[in-house]
Design a protein around this ligand. Structure first.
Ligand SMILES: O=C(O)CCC(=O)C(=O)O
Ligand SMILES: [Fe+2]
Ligand SMILES: [Mn+2]
Length: 218
């Protein structure tokens, strides 16, 4: 998308990776809905996808998540990582989480097939704390955030392979998030064709949960 993000910039407030329904909203969410394009080097992307591929390949794509939010996906909850991947996940922790936040373990890995998508939802507060941070691999996609009380307030995040997104606090609790299906996958005017996408999602434990009583991952 390099060089083409400017079009979106002229039509609505935002940056090359974030668009929104208004500049006030954009300002309000700038620290709680964050995209860091190129967070991963190409080598790091290959490290993660190379490690995940054999584990994912053993599963079949499913067409109904337990809460029916996700379609055309397979997933794993992964607790054992190679040292090279641990270094990457450590970087995510430093970039996205505060020193007082504990990460859910295992880590959630989601593989969406090209026609797979995620419907609008808010991650359960029972299973997930204030921060969600996701790495995207393989295919670009568009994540849309819509205010649960005011549907006219929305944000779109362009998630290129190698990017990190962070949703925290208000962006995580007051907005639903979704990954657009291929037919609807536009970032402003720009078509973002969907291929297979793998995401690695780190979450903080729910507030008030002590060590030893950690819930299962979301
Ligand atoms: O794939 C992603 O980045 C988000 C997944 C998600 O929203 C979820 O599993 O709750
Ligand atoms: Fe989610
Ligand atoms: Mn899930």
């Amino acid at each position: 998308m390099a060089g083409s993000g400017g079009l979106a910039l002229r039509t609505l407030p935002g940056s090359a990776w974030v668009r929104s329904s208004g500049s006030a909203l954009l300002g309000r969410l700038k620290d709680v809905a964050v995209v860091r394009p190129g967070f991963l080097s190409k080598d790091e992307e290959d490290t993660l996808s190379g490690e995940l591929e054999p584990e994912l390949r053993r599963r079949r794509y499913e067409y109904d998540h337990w809460d029916a939010a996700i379609h055309g996906f397979r997933e794993i909850e992964k607790s054992r990582w190679t040292e090279a991947s641990r270094v990457i996940l450590q970087r995510v922790q430093v970039a996205a989480f505060g020193p007082g936040q504990t990460l859910l373990s295992p880590i959630h890995v989601l593989d969406l097939e090209p026609r797979g998508y995620i419907k609008p939802h808010v991650d359960s507060v029972k299973f997930c704390g204030a921060t969600i941070a996701g790495l995207s691999l393989l295919s670009p996609s568009v994540m849309r955030l819509v205010h649960t009380q005011e549907p006219g307030q929305w944000l779109e995040l362009l998630l290129e392979p190698g990017s990190l997104y962070i949703l925290r606090d208000s962006a995580r609790y007051d907005f639903s998030h979704e990954i657009l299906r291929d037919e609807e996958s536009f970032f402003g005017e720009h078509r973002v064709p969907r291929g297979r996408r793998i995401s690695v999602i780190c979450r903080s434990v729910p507030e008030g949960v002590g060590p030893g009583q950690l819930p299962p991952a979301c």
